[in-house]
Every structure is written in structure tokens, then in C-alpha cells.
Design a binder for this molecule. Structure first.
Ligand code: NDP
Ligand code: 8X3
Length: 255
């Protein structure tokens, strides 16, 4: 049963990877989609594609989730109530040990993955509470359930996403608002290229001799979570490629 038709869905970080694929799937399932990200050209391209291919209404807002006033402006300028917020925008920046890591990398991850997600949640949950309905879906990670070397801050931010998801659910107890997390393992997107500051070779090695998840695999889970009946709240889902068994235990086939 499709419960997404005519819903309004806001997705942060829809210019690439999981967020882009989620936007495509929501629109194909009849939802109207508000896509956001920092790259205007990517937003324009996706808006045009989805407008042509689906009957859905597509709005695009170009802003940085680290800019709290820009988050507020985006939410205030949306004329329709947001039924589903997908807090997906996020990144890893660097994989250095804690004693050598770069402060700018840390700020980027903390300000985007934690504070950006919180700003969007703050502005939209307020409106959801007034309507007594809505669904907040946070994109977490296996890194929010386990830590690994070189991941002190990235894993820290994703552990924070897990805690924020749980506490948000508690804060909204007694309302009809649902709160969920989707926590993937290795997904082949632009994520690793961003983590390694544009080093394509290093990024490719992450997925070497392994079939990782695709953005679509994860987008399908997000859709499944969103499409449950109104009384069903999936709090978290961990989804891994079959040859990944934990954050650090990965089986790679022989070359
Ligand atoms: P991508 O790099 O492909 O996509 C990241 C998206 O986030 C882009 O659309 C980017 O848009 C947006 N974004 C990043 N920083 C900001 C910002 N400051 N303001 C607004 N938008 C921002 O990676 P993924 O699709 O893989 O990542 C999506 C989410 O999934 C992230 O939260 C990531 O942590 C999580 N994740 C990824 C995994 C993986 O292995 N790939 C595994 C587990 C979780 P733009 O650059 O245009 O702003
Ligand atoms: C992204 C997956 O394993 O690189 O969250 O941390 S991992």
C-alpha cells in the first residue's frame, strides 16, 4: 500500500548519493519533494528531471545546513506543511587519528552532522507538533553504533545522531509524530571522495573487491520506514552489505 502519495517530503543533501536517490523514489511514489543542498546546478538538474518524469511538485532550496538562519528561512518559506523530514545531509572529513586530525575537519562534521540536523529538526518539529503529525527520519550510520580508528569525530557525530533520534522520540511522546533512524554501512556514493578530500584513488579503495550498498538500496529502506502505517514507528534500522559484518569487519574477494 502506498501511503506517500501527495505527502510533502523535505530531504537535506539531495544533490548526491542517498539523498538524491531518496528524492527520486519519493517523487516516483507520488510524494511532493523539497530538495536541498549547497550545489545549485545539481538541484536544478534534479528538479527538472523529477518534474518531467513524475507528476510531483518539486521545490529546491540551496543552502548550507550549518547556517541556522538559512535553515529557518527555508522552513519558513515552505507553504505546505512538511509531512516527512529526511535529515540526510552529512559528511566525513578526514580519517586521521585524534592526535593529528585537522580542526577544520572536526568543525565541518560536528556543525553539519549534529548541529545542521538539529536546526532542521528544531524548526520543523515545532510545526509538526502544532499539527500533531509528521515523521522525522535521520540518516545515521553503522558508525553511530560502533567506533573505529580514525573515526573519533565522524563516529562521535553519528553516535550523536543515534542519541538525538532516541531523545527526539521521547520528547514527542504522546504526539502522532514518528521519529526514525536509518543506519547504513558502506554505501558507494560521493561520501568517500569527500572524506578523503577529493582523492579518488583512496575513495575507490574503500569499495574495492566488495559489493557495497548503493544509494538506492538505502533510499528503499528510507521509503519503507516512511511508508509504514501511522501507528508503526521504526526507531532504527542497521543495513549492511552482505560482506560487511561490522564497521571494521569486511570480507573482500580475491582480485
Ligand atoms: P554524498 O557525499 O553522496 O552526499 C552527501 C549529501 O549531503 C550531498 O547532497 C551534500 O550536498 C549534502 N551536504 C553535505 N554537507 C552539507 C551542508 N553543510 N549543507 C547542506 N548539505 C550538505 O554522501 P552520502 O549520500 O553517502 O551521505 C548521505 C548521508 O549518509 C550522510 O549523512 C552520511 O554520513 C550518511 N552515511 C553514508 C554512508 C556511506 O558509506 N556512504 C554510510 C552511512 C551513513 P552539497 O555538497 O550539494 O551540499
Ligand atoms: C559511513 C560508513 O563505515 O565509513 O557512515 O563509517 S563508515
Amino acid at each position: 500500500m502506498n501511503r506517500l502519495k501527495n505527502k510533502w517530503v523535505l530531504i537535506t543533501g539531495a544533490t548526491s548519493g542517498i539523498g538524491r536517490d531518496a528524492a527520486i523514489l519519493f517523487a516516483r511514489n507520488g510524494a511532493n519533494v523539497i530538495i536541498t543542498g549547497r550545489r545549485q546546478n545539481r538541484l536544478d538538474e534534479l528538479k527538472q528531471k523529477l518534474t518531467e518524469e513524475t507528476g510531483s511538485e518539486i521545490f529546491a532550496f540551496c543552502f548550507d545546513v550549518r547556517d541556522r538562519e538559512a535553515c529557518r528561512k527555508c522552513v519558513d518559506s515552505i507553504k505546505h506543511p512538511v509531512d516527512i523530514l529526511v535529515n540526510n545531509a552529512g559528511l566525513a572529513s578526514g580519517k586521521d587519528p585524534v592526535d593529528l586530525a585537522d580542526f577544520e575537519d572536526w568543525d565541518k562534521m560536528i556543525d553539519t552532522n549534529i548541529k545542521g540536523l538539529l536546526s532542521m529538526t528544531r524548526f520543523i518539529s515545532d510545526k509538526m507538533r502544532q499539527r500533531n503529525e509528521g515523521h522525522i527520519i535521520n540518516v545515521g550510520s553503522i558508525a553511530g553504533h560502533e567506533a573505529y580508528p580514525g573515526g573519533s569525530v565522524y563516529c562521535g557525530t553519528k553516535h550523536a545522531v543515534k542519541a538525538i533520534t532516541q531523545a527526539t522520540k521521547m520528547d514527542l511522546t504522546g504526539t502522532n509524530i514518528r521519529v526514525s533512524a536509518v543506519s547504513p554501512g558502506l554505501v558507494d556514493t560521493e561520501f568517500s571522495e569527500v572524506r578523503f578530500h577529493g582523492n579518488k584513488e583512496k575513495a575507490k579503495d574503500v569499495y574495492k573487491n566488495l559489493k557495497p550498498l548503493s544509494g538506492m538500496d538505502v533510499a528503499e529502506i528510507i521509503l519503507f520506514v516512511a511508508n509504514r502505517p501511522p501507528h508503526v514507528n521504526i526507531l532504527d534500522t542497521i543495513v549492511l552489505p552482505v560482506h560487511q559484518s561490522s564497521a571494521t569487519l569486511v570480507h573482500r574477494s580475491e582480485e
